[in-house]
Design a protein. Structure first.
Length: 481
């Protein structure tokens, strides 16, 4: 009998013995989750033999995943959160087994160090959280996000082929979901009132759907530019057109704005102005914040409770937005004002990760209250920058701004330093996507979601890989060469 045959028999016998033992323990203790242990071991072994395949499977699952609540206090995204946890464990185990899988240059990269510094501060704020249990759960979830979308790609993205496969898998998966949504939306005449039904269950609403869709368009464009076969180019032209049509019928103002910002970012990055524009945007935002807060000017723009309504006609929806009578816009102001007042009272360590909902209602201003202010969905402040300052204090916001600014800086720097066409495309696409994510998160907190949060961390990993693999006179790269 061959060595391979002996190994297979040994594994089968070991798993069978483990199953029998766990079954006995489960029956004796009446704790039947023990039966899952051998299947978990088998899944881990399969993943160990096919790590990259499981990572690509995770990327493919992102657009298809849906929210599921096991109880009022326990919800998750299926299947991507389970795959995130599995991928994180697999690649952490592999890194411990083979430390050279991630090179010294990668581990010492400024972007990775900034990310870890921000995570350390987040851990520190958990100690001062108003609800330590909720904050600790959030920190653990954040950990496997980073494991799956930073640590894993730093090992997987050893060459251009792996990055290309990842891009095609994610973009292709999103396009399948987009076509499904378009066909379902077509059946209701592409009406504004039915867009959320068309994207359900894959996306909570049209905002989440349009956010991922708009971020995938630069990826499609880059794949088109790098492709050499005519039939592939024609297919990609069709995909880009479908994506643009779907974006239009998503009726998402934030995504449309992000598309414009992305186009501007493309031009600014080429002119070496994107990083300076980022700094200017921060200064302007802070100035406007102080101006509208001074002398309580914000009270002059308080909406009429009776006229802040949700419109089923999109043209009326746009008009009401311009007049500040749209309920979603008014509700954002309601929570932003509460957020600013919260920061003032607890500016150093914040209220703790994922605790905004538990604390904000005592800081709201009744003049901005709307008919959806009861917030049955337990949604947050609808601005990721505010959310960081509220939950992790001003230092938490500064760490995030530093990380985001450093990522934009590296995208611009790498684009102009790199000569390789492929990595040049990675740099500019990353810069455009980061700008889009920044705009989207000024109106939402989508980095907390599996769809956009994963993309943000993938951009971080892509920048580190592009930098390390294109350095002149560098140390051993991701391949150990």
């Amino acid at each position: 009998m061959t060595i391979a045959g002996n190994k297979s028999q040994f594994l089968f016998a070991a798993l069978a013995g483990m199953f029998i033992a766990m079954l006995g323990i489960a029956v004796f203790t009446e704790q039947y989750f023990f039966v899952a242990v051998p299947f978990s071991v088998l899944l881990f072994y399969a993943g160990w033999q096919n790590r990259n395949l499981f990572f690509f499977l995770l990327l493919a699952s992102l657009p298809f995943s849906f929210e599921y609540n096991f109880s009022s206090g326990l919800g998750t995204d299926i299947p991507d959160e389970f795959l995130m946890l599995l991928v994180s464990i697999l690649f952490l185990a592999y890194w411990l087994y083979s430390p050279k899988a991630i090179s010294k240059n990668v581990l010492q990269h400024p972007l990775l160090l900034l990310l870890l510094t921000g995570m350390c501060w987040m851990l520190f704020t958990v100690l001062f959280s108003t609800n330590k249990q909720i904050s600790l759960k959030y920190l653990l979830a954040k950990g496997w996000y980073i494991g799956a979308f930073v640590a894993a790609p730093l090992i997987v993205f050893k060459d251009k082929k792996a990055i290309t496969i990842a891009s095609i898998v994610l973009a292709g998966s999103m396009m399948v979901v987009t076509v499904i949504a378009l066909l379902r939306h077509y059946q209701t005449g592409f009406s504004f009132a039915t867009i959320n039904d068309a994207v359900n269950p894959f996306f909570r609403n049209h905002v989440n759907y349009s956010a991922l869709l708009v971020c995938i368009i630069p990826v499609l464009v880059a794949i088109f530019q790098l492709s050499k076969k005519k039939n592939i180019k024609l297919l990609l032209i069709g995909a880009i057109i479908v994506a643009l049509v779907a974006l239009f019928f998503s009726y998402a103002r934030g995504a449309w704005l992000a598309m414009v910002a992305g186009a501007a970012a493309y031009w600014l990055l080429k002119k070496r102005l994107l990083f300076y524009s980022y700094i200017a945007a921060i200064i302007i935002t802070i100035s406007l914040l102080f101006w509208i807060k001074g002398n309580d000017r914000y009270l002059q723009y308080a909406p009429d409770y009776k006229t802040t309504i949700f419109h089923k006609d999109f043209s009326e929806h746009l008009i009401s937005t311009y007049k500040l009578k749209d309920v979603s816009t008014a509700e954002r102001f309601y929570r932003w004002i509460a957020g600013v007042r919260m920061i003032k009272d607890n500016w150093l360590t914040g209220y703790g990760p994922n605790t905004f909902y538990n604390n904000y209602k005592g800081y709201t201003v009744p003049a901005y209250k709307t008919w959806v202010s009861d917030n049955p969905e337990h949604s947050t402040v609808h601005n990721y920058f505010f959310l960081n300052a509220i939950e992790q204090g001003i230092p938490g916001l500064l760490f995030f701004l530093l990380l985001l600014g450093a990522m934009i800086y590296y995208a611009q720097k790498l684009y102009h330093r790199i000569k390789d066409v492929f990595y040049k495309a990675v740099a500019i696409v990353t810069g455009v996507i980061l700008t889009m994510i920044m705009v989207l998160n000024f109106l939402s907190d989508l980095i907390e979601t599996d769809k956009i949060g994963s993309l943000f961390f993938l951009c971080l990993a892509a920048l580190i890989v592009s930098d390390v693999n294109t350095r002149v006179n560098k140390e051993p790269d991701l391949n150990g060469n």
